[in-house]
Design a protein around this ligand. Structure first.
Ligand SMILES: Nc1nc2c(c(=O)[nH]1)N[C@H]1C(S)=C(S)[C@@H](COP(=O)(O)OP(=O)(O)OC[C@H]3O[C@@H](n4cnc5c(=O)[nH]c(N)nc54)[C@H](O)[C@@H]3O)O[C@H]1N2
Ligand SMILES: Nc1nc2c(c(=O)[nH]1)N[C@H]1C(S)=C(S)[C@@H](COP(=O)(O)OP(=O)(O)OC[C@H]3O[C@@H](n4cnc5c(=O)[nH]c(N)nc54)[C@H](O)[C@@H]3O)O[C@H]1N2
Ligand code: SF4
Ligand SMILES: [Mo]
Length: 753
């Protein structure tokens, strides 16, 4: 065993806990993994999943080692990189010349642990004129982004570590984390008699076990519960009048709508005892601070954008913004889907064919097949997919396969031969996240925000390349970049960064056509002069400067000084600290300065959504249909699920095939016991699952895990484990505003097999 511990991070959820890896004697296996105590965010914390990362690096997923080109019969042949780069570049240029660059879409740009590819892809996208893009965020978070944009013009998060009352809505942080050292924080809140936890979920989750108030809603009925809570705050005058008056606008319009809500009736409809709802709401109202996290339970469900709004009204009416333990607006190195706010634009931007609302630049995922499968002349004809698996992860895989197969050009950049890669004209192999420099822009910590540039833990095998290199070669193949452009910049970079800056900005001023190619230009010039071989970190140089410009007080308090010097020092610190660095040290009132709406005021009324509150109807609540008696959650997070990042099922210590969970009562009604098989049918498809009777489930609700239905290689054959939930979902079931899918409440029926 090697004795050297190498610092990196876990790539299985957005927390990206710092870890250390010790390689085995072969220099490839992850012999030991432990939490990295020097990581300024996670400080040694991990959950059980990080310890299984060897199954990502060295598992039996079908690793791509060489570029692949599709033959007419659908099989693939290996080609060399020069051929692959030339042909991919030519293919997209041809689509651009024939149909315009608007017809080429980009999907992905990073998963839970890898966002540098997205930063570099923008260069090649500009070469081929690609304007439209999307990612998984547009099937979960865009509704919330839209609401944030309207109310605050900035993204916000709850200060869980310091809050008096934590409120979780459709979120199970015990399994899914979402804030630093989640389990430790949950246990602390639970143990402390001065603090409380409120959980709103359909299932009695592991998080609900720790709650003081567990509001077990009927699936898909949260809008009734949350509007009852807002109504109680207003009708019983529990809201913070002075705070609301001082800091917000539009209260009267909101009050008008909620004054007439029938609290008792709403509680009955959502299936939660009215006294419990009143007690939980009163607890929230009297707290010094309340921190809230919502997630897929409401975001992938009926009324999802409306629920994001109601959730925000609860903490805003109780004065929980910019206070210790409330919600904060964090700094960022590179902003990621921060808000849909725009002062300039009044008309929403819409997708080309279906006219779906584009939020934070992203086309709703549910609209993608309809943007392709049409005769409309402005349909999408080409797609570049990177670090994402939309055939598996987006609603209705059958239709997604049909759509992607009909494109004139599909190119996938991935580590593995995925479900999406199997439809591509070309597949380009990327090195894994432990074989290259990598980073994420999921940096939302407060008051100390953290960024980590991860160094390679081991060498890549011959063949795969880091995405920065792939995008640079694609740009060069198209003829827009060459050594003549690079040479003076390389010379300057050898002298000093100040000299480089002078030459670089002079070039950018003179050649405005090169502006969008900056990431690749930086990679090829400044990048080559960076220490530790960190060429792919070149895009972080302008990012560090913009962080210093946008968040000067926080950056200065974190010890980097002011002005241009601060940007340089921050960049150096990022390069030199493999465990990550604190980028900003914020004070709580900083959040107020980050508001972009009104004159430092939060907007409470969103007329479009207030209208929905008035129009809520009991028939909106799913369930009770004799033909489709079950409400089905298609994709629940469990102890060993991690999207489609690890393909080898051996990484799971339990629930290897992903059981369908149902309540004791439903098991009796269907006539099954644990271990039996059932056929699950939805309007879109059917599949067979093994059953697990589970006392956390409520009657009428069934669930299967996410990330199943992936294959791996055994004795040269592809072997599939479990069922991918999106073989059973459809694209029509979606939010009217953000187009996010209703995966948590799909109507279903069960039959014993
Ligand atoms: N272990 C693990 N952790 C992960 C991931 C993973 O794959 N595995 N993925 C990461 C990613 S990409 C994301 S987006 C997050 C998601 O994290 P979460 O949103 O916390 O995960 P889910 O389990 O999908 O859904 C949360 C809860 O919604 C509940 N729910 C279902 N229907 C309803 C409803 O009608 N109302 C309410 N109130 N609740 C309902 C479910 O019972 C479940 O407990 O997790 C991240 N962390
Ligand atoms: N029915 C249903 N569908 C869902 C969900 C659900 O709960 N139910 N959850 C949804 C959610 S919240 C999310 S976030 C999405 C996630 O779905 P996707 O956005 O598709 O992301 P992942 O499944 O994480 O896939 C990541 C891809 O990146 C590849 N990869 C890993 N490392 C690298 C690398 O270094 N470079 C490159 N180029 N590729 C790499 C992996 O092999 C994998 O193919 O799934 C969504 N789909
Ligand atoms: S919480 Fe667990 S899965 Fe998420 S980054 Fe940390 S160790 Fe990985
Ligand atoms: Mo997600």
């Amino acid at each position: 065993m090697s004795s050297e511990w190498k610092q990196t991070a876990c790539i299985l959820c957005e927390c990206n806990c710092g870890i250390e890896i010790r390689l085995g004697e072969n220099g490839r296996s992850f012999e030991r993994i432990r939490g990295d105590k020097a990581h300024p965010g996670s400080a040694g914390y991990t959950c059980e999943k990080a310890l299984r990362l060897d199954h990502y690096q060295n598992g039996r997923g079908e690793r791509l080692l060489y570029p692949q080109r599709r033959r007419a019969d659908g099989t693939y042949e290996q080609i060399d990189w020069d051929t692959a780069i030339r042909e991919v570049s030519d293919l997209f240029l041809k689509v651009r010349d024939e149909h315009g660059g608007e017809s080429i879409m980009y999907y992905g740009g990073g998963g839970q642990g890898n966002h540098l590819c997205g930063a570099y892809s923008s260069a090649f996208r500009s070469v081929i004129g690609s304007k439209h893009r999307s990612s998984a965020l547009a099937q979960e978070k865009t509704g919330e982004f839209w609401v944030n944009g309207k109310m605050m013009g900035t993204g916000v998060r709850g200060d869980m570590a310091n809050t008096e009352v934590a409120l979780f809505i459709g979120k199970n942080p015990w399994q899914t984390h979402g804030f630093p050292h989640a389990r430790t924080t949950l246990k602390e809140i639970s143990k402390d008699p001065e603090r409380s936890m409120v959980v709103i979920d359909v299932r009695r989750t592991e998080t609900a076990d720790l709650a003081d108030y567990f509001l077990q809603v009927k699936p898909g009925s949260d809008a009734f519960l949350l509007s009852a809570m807002v109504a109680i705050l207003i009708q019983d005058s529990l809201y913070k009048k002075d705070w609301v008056e001082k800091n917000t606008e539009g209260f009267d319009e909101v009050a008008k709508v909620f004054k007439v809500i029938d609290v008792a009736k709403n509680c009955e409809l959502c299936g939660v005892d009215e006294q419990l709802v009143r007690a939980a709401t009163a607890r929230i109202a009297r707290a010094q601070s309340v921190a809230v996290a919502e997630d897929l339970g409401i975001q992938m469900n009926r009324h999802s954008t409306l629920n994001s709004y109601l959730e925000k009204l609860i903490w805003l009416l109780t004065g929980n913004f910019g206070n210790v333990g409330g919600q904060y607006a964090s700094s960022s190195l590179v902003a990621i889907g921060s808000s849909g706010h725009s002062k300039k634009r009044t008309e929403p931007k819409l997708s080309p064919v279906t006219k779906a609302r584009i939020i934070t630049g992203l086309i709703p995922c549910n609209a993608i097949p309809d943007e392709i499968l049409t005769d409309a002349p402005n349909r999408f004809r080409g797609m570049l997919v990177e670090a994402s698996n939309p055939v598996h992860s987006l609603a209705d895989s059958q239709r997604m396969r049909e759509a992607l197969s009909s494109l004139d050009a599909l190119v996938v950049i991935d580590v593995f031969m995925t479900e999406t890669a199997r439809l591509a004209d070309y597949v380009l192999p990327a090195s894994t996240q432990f074989e290259k420099f990598e980073a994420t822009f999921f940096n939302f910590e407060f008051p100390h925000n953290v960024f980590q540039l991860r160094r390679p833990v081991l060498d890549a095998p011959d063949g795969p390349l880091p995405e920065a290199e792939i995008h640079a070669r694609l740009c060069e193949a198209s003829g827009v970049l060459n050594d003549e452009i690079y040479a003076p910049l390389r010379e300057a970079a050898k002298i000093s960064r100040a000299e480089f800056a002078t030459v670089f900005f002079a070039l950018m001023a003179e050649r405005t056509d090169l502006g969008r190619l900056a990431p690749v230009i930086l990679y090829r010039t400044l990048g080559e002069s960076l220490p530790h071989g960190a060429a792919a970190a070149a895009v972080l140089w302008p990012a560090a400067h913009s962080c210093a410009r946008n968040f000067p007080a926080g950056v200065e308090r974190a010890g980097y000084g002011t002005g241009l010097e601060a940007g340089e020092k921050l960049f150096d610190a990022i390069l030199e600290n493999p465990s990550g660095v604190v980028i900003t040290d914020d004070e709580y009132d900083e959040s107020w300065k980050r508001l972009k709406t009104g004159e430092g005021k939060i907007t409470l009324d969103i007329p479009e959504l207030l209208e929905f509150v008035g129009g809520l109807s009991p028939t909106d609540i799913p369930g009770g249909d004799p033909e489709w008696p079950f409400v089905f959650s298609a994709g629940e997070r469990r102890s060993f699920t991690a999207n489609t990042i690890i393909r080898d099922p051996q990484w799971r210590k339990k629930d290897e095939k992903g059981a369908l969970r149902l309540s004791e009562g439903d098991a009796v009604r269907v006539g099954v016991v644990t271990g039996d098989k059932v056929r699950l049918m939805t309007k879109r498809g059917s599949a067979v699952f093994q059953v697990e009777v589970n006392d956390r489930m409520r009657d009428g609700h069934i669930s299967v895990p996410n990330g199943m239905g992936l294959d791996h290689i055994e004795d040269g054959e592809r072997v599939m484990t479990g069922v991918s939930p999106n073989e059973l979902t459809s694209t029509e079931d979606q939010d009217p505003i953000a187009g996010t899918p209703w995966h948590k409440s799909v109507l279903a029926r069960l039959e014993k097999v």
